[in-house]
Design a protein around this ligand. Sequence first.
Ligand code: FCB
Length: 458
Amino acid sequence: MPTTNDASPLPRREQFPADFRWGCATSAYQIEGGVELEGRGESIWDRFCQMPGRIRDGSSGAVACDHYQRWREDLDLAADLGLNSYRFSIAWPRVFPQGRGAVPNSAGLDFYSRLVDGLLERGIEPWPTLYHWDLPQALQDRGGWKHRDTVAAFAEYAAVLGRVLGDRVRNWTTHNEPWCSAFLGHREGVHAPGVQGWKSALQACHHILLSHGKATAALRAEVQDARVGIALSLHPCQPATASSQDAQAVQRHDGLRNRWFLDPLYGRGYPSDIWPLFGKNAPMVRHNDLQLIAAPIDFLGINYYFPETIKHVAGEGPLSAQVVHVEDVERTATDWEVCPQGMVRLLERVHRDYAPANIYLTENGACYDDEVAANGTILDLQRRSYLQRHVAAASECVARGMPLRGYFAWTLLDNFEWAEGYTRRFGLTHVDFKTQRRTLKASGNWYRDFLRLQLDEQ
Ligand code: FCB
């Protein structure tokens, strides 16, 4: 494996504006546990984890990091790191155990209310995400995201949160990575609800985007100074060869991976170059839907992990495009290519083509097989280098005039990594899942020094 380029200069905090948001991101199902506590309803992930063979180690998020009960300790960790912002998600089944209803579950709402207060007390800005994949199972039983009624249910849920937290929360993210909800959940079936098919995926995707638009309006109606955005998983795409066929395959792949989300959000409708390729699987779109999806947003969240290399393969799905595995590049333990410059290229492109007023890197991080040394420390030098190089790439974006306003490392704690269970660790903090003991890793220590020491020096 090629070695990491540790010779590049380390980033410094003063390369960023003083009001830059520095955070970590987490999500409810991955850390909370306590799935039966205080009236929480079942989610599609609880159900999915029970299906044999779906989760690599047969586990679930039933306990996870037990954050539902240990949140104070976890917020202390966040404060100790020197974060000024914290991105977390709200579990819809805690708020509406049956997905919707006249009266929300007050115990569930109280948890998030306490969490928000706990953050503010520690000087940390709360950045909630309304949907990070844990749909109430009761809504799935009625068709889930494939069914248009789920859109209205999401807007009701958003309104309730706006009403309850809007006096203390300013920055709202509607959805996390709709590509994953739609395509991993409804085409490949490797995520909940485990459905397979293009038609389901494209329809679910449309409803998710529509629900983003409606939730944006609902939040604005409830919270006067709300800043609303969405977090997309975006990938810079490059051709496998210099052939014109591969160049066209990149266009098509990019059409679904990136433009299928960005275009409608920025008022251009679905990409007309690839829409016809879906034939009868294209989604049902009603009059006015695209206008609702294009509701102006205050910021674009980008989750950046890796670039993709694409080649033309006739008949490979409707797009005749395939992601190829490039040899001789640096990779993480999940086999994701490490490419900080890809992040710069991606932001440059988004800035040029869509001109969002504000961009936040709402997730960026890496999985490595951590080893706990005899003295209990975790010297995750590869993750530390990954973090340093991506923060340096973020500083390049700022220096080049892109409207990048914040960076959220994925993730505060090792956690339940979806279909990979507990076999994959992305945390800046190690979690011993037997004892729930938290230990800051070398990567976390560096982030802490970067955020705290350099600030103290100023
Ligand atoms: C992102 C997800 C997040 C986590 C990281 C590794 O796609 O948003 O929950 O799984 O990948």
